[in-house]
Design a protein around this ligand. Structure first.
Ligand code: DMJ
Length: 456
């Protein structure tokens, strides 16, 4: 007696063939359930922020206190503004509406205090613009414009490279000794503002700064990490992909990705070719980037900075997928070792050089960018480990906190604003397959702010 007819058996085999690869592809993981879990954690942390620190800048999730940033003694609503587009894309709609209400009633940048031009740009101008992209409310655009107008005096220098600090009310500037990241991480925020307002001044200021830095590259094609914005003289010799240089390279690529600006693409290509030529080293089956002298290419340091772990995703975006993946895998190995990445690590000793971790999103950022490009499960798994380890070791009474020591897993009492904008969004987008996001055509800034790709 046969249990199945030939046709039924063929159908059953077909069904197995059709379902097994999908199951194998997913490694038996319910990714959408994981996305729902990220949303639940976001909603829980948000409710606590709302109860204990509503409208404050950085939240202290152990004590329920807060800390102002980027102003010294005055809160601008940093975490709230950073969280907005993440709330929206997760479908936490009431929370988003409440935050929008706060911005309308309370966001006021007319303060006699000094801010970092870079931090204010990427977090606050960017946060307001991505929230505007999510809902289209003109007040968000007006606030972003008002704030950007207060930053613009910093760009008024002989070279076009901005001072590091500006007073939001008086426009007084301070500290001409800048670096690639602080000089060149403006074009997507200011360019978006130009696009939305029709006023080219914003884009032009940002591009002038980007080009001014590029034009001062060495014959080897490398940038050093300190420069005087008044004279354009280099003040250091160190070339690095880590801070304070990291997002300069990101924004050369991004100027191309978001606006199709060919100069930006050319700058990215030239600088990246030099980095790949002079800074790559292989050790123990892994690929790393070392710091070198920007003229001679001589190695200065093999120490690795966790903040550079985003760079593999950028390389993949720019077309160097294999090198980018190799670098991200090197960092995945460090994550395997410590659970949470130490902020400093030396591959020659195999030991951390700094044991702290300020709730950093960079490896999740890389995983998300790789996955957007090639959809390999490896990147989803990497993001999942990053998330689950964070849940295990950074979760505390009212939310998520920095780590004082990744070896002993000692926590501190501080949640940086970018946590709301970056990793929580990367995890959710990586796992949820949400319909609110266009996975094929999108743009996320260095702070995880979405300027293209939301589907209302
Ligand atoms: C974020 O503010 C941005 O990603 C920035 O470019 C550098 N890193 C921090 C988070 O670690």
């Amino acid at each position: 007696m046969t249990l199945f007819s030939r046709r039924e058996a063929a159908l059953a085999l077909g069904a197995i063939a059709a379902t097994t690869p999908a199951f194998a592809r997913n490694r038996g993981i319910d990714w959408h359930a994981l996305g729902a879990d990220v949303k639940k954690e976001m909603a829980w942390a948000w409710a606590n922020y709302r109860e204990h620190a509503w409208g404050k800048d950085d939240f202290k999730p152990v004590s329920g206190g807060s800390k102002s940033f980027p102003l010294k003694d005055h809160h601008l609503g940093l975490s709230l503004i950073e969280a907005m587009d993440t709330l929206w894309v997760m479908g936490l709609d009431q929370e988003f509406v409440d935050a929008l209400g706060w911005v309308k009633a309370n966001a006021d940048f007319d303060v006699d205090g000094e801010v970092s031009v870079f931090e204010t740009e990427i977090r606050l101008v960017g946060g307001l613009l991505s929230a505007h992209h999510a809902c289209g409310d003109p007040v968000l655009l007006a606030r972003a414009k008002d704030l950007a107008d207060r930053l613009l005096p910093a760009f008024d220098t002989p070279t076009g490279m901005p001072y590091r600090y500006v007073n939001l009310r008086t426009g007084a500037v301070r500290d001409p000794a800048t670096n690639p990241a602080e000089c060149g991480t403006h074009i997507t925020e200011l360019g978006t503002l130009s696009k939305l307002t029709g006023d080219p001044r914003y884009f032009n200021a940002a591009k002038r700064a980007l080009v001014a830095m590029y034009d001062r590259r060495s014959k080897a094609g490398l940038l050093a990490d300190k420069i005087d914005v008044r004279t354009g003289e280099w003040l250091s010799r160190r070339a690095s992909i880590a801070p304070p240089c990291d997002s300069y390279y990101e924004y050369c690529w991004d100027g191309w990705q978001l606006f199709g600006d060919r100069d930006c693409k050319r700058m990215y290509d030239v600088l990246t070719a030099a980095i790949l030529q002079h800074q790559v080293q292989h050790a123990g089956g892994h690929l790393w980037f070392v710091d070198v002298d920007f003229e001679t290419g001589k190695t200065l340091s093999t120490e690795q900075d966790e903040l550079a772990s985003f760079y593999g995703g950028l390389l993949a975006q720019g077309g160097a997928g294999a090198t980018g993946a190799a670098y991200t895998r090197a960092w995945a190995g460090v994550q395997q070792k410590y659970g949470i990445l130490p902020e400093g690590y030396d591959y020659t000793t195999g030991k951390p050089t700094y044991v702290t971790n300020a709730l950093r999103p960079e490896l999740a950022d890389a995983a998300f960018n790789h996955w957007l490009l090639d959809r390999r499960i490896e990147w989803r798994l990497l993001g999942r480990t990053h998330y689950l380890n964070m849940k295990r070791w950074n979760r505390t009474r009212y939310g998520y906190t920095d780590m004082a020591d990744v070896v002993t897993k000692k926590q501190t009492d501080h949640c940086p604003g970018y946590w709301w904008s970056e990793q929580m969004k990367y995890y959710y987008l990586l796992f949820s397959d949400t319909k609110r996001f266009d996975y094929k055509d999108n743009y996320l800034s260095t702070e995880g702010n979405v300027f293209r790709g939301f589907r209302r």
